[in-house]
Design a protein. Structure first.
Length: 223
């Protein structure tokens, strides 16, 4: 029987590597940043502990509904619970759900990294971050973390991470509101106008379409 559980060295190693990488692109500085990073780290550790250490969720579900889903047989592949519950029998790593989850995870990482560069330059000049992903959403870094969390839940849901995910997302929203209150005090009407024209977490289709149109139009002029 194929099994990758009980491999604590792998669980610790992958958790550490992923968190080191996220640390590099997020670069926490403030107390709130570190707390945010710490809560995200707890989510990641809980996830990889079940992925390679002890499959608590799989153990509980197999004892509860194992008779209905014989695929919950303790193999590593059976940890892709959505695939099992949906009745998919192929290799879960090549399923549409798994590919989508990877797009969410890597997209979130790229968004966090891109947003940090813009935010760092803006902070050096004591101005608002209005370029890059900040053209489309006001909180791209928090959106990036939310995308990563959703991606992991699509790929490998566990009881612990399913509980932690909404707590983390609610915290990101609350932090965003607190940051906006501070930005309004500092930049006043400038930030108010930015807030009115730019969505918080999900970009508007109109803005995205307009940006793509301008990019192609300028490219056409250049040619």
């Amino acid at each position: 029987m194929e099994s990758a559980y009980g491999n604590w060295a792998l669980a610790v190693g992958i958790s550490g590597l992923f968190l080191w990488f996220i640390f590099g692109v997020f670069k926490p500085k403030t107390r709130a940043d570190w707390k945010n990073y710490g809560m995200f780290a707890a989510f990641v550790v809980a996830l990889f502990t079940e992925m390679y250490g002890f499959p608590l969720t799989l153990y509980l579900l197999s004892s509860w509904i194992g008779s209905k889903f014989p695929q919950l047989n303790g193999t590593h592949a059976s940890g892709h619970l959505w695939e099992i519950l949906l009745g998919n029998t192929g290799d879960p790593h090549w399923s549409a759900l798994h590919i989508t989850s990877n797009l969410f995870i890597f997209g979130g990482i790229l968004l966090i990294a891109d947003a940090w560069k813009v935010l760092y330059l803006a902070s050096q000049k004591n101005t608002l971050a209005l370029t890059g992903p900040y053209r489309f959403i006001r909180h791209p870094q928090y959106t990036g973390f939310i995308l990563i969390i959703i991606g992991f839940l699509l790929q490998w849901p566990t009881l612990i991470t399913l509980v932690m995910a909404p707590i983390l997302i609610i915290r990101y929203i609350r932090l965003a509101n607190l940051e906006e209150a501070h930005m309004l005090r500092v930049f006043n009407m400038t930030y108010q106008r930015y807030k009115q024209s730019t969505p918080a977490f999900i970009p508007s289709m109109k803005q995205c379409t307009s940006s793509i149109h301008k990019t192609f139009y300028r490219g056409g002029e250049h040619l």
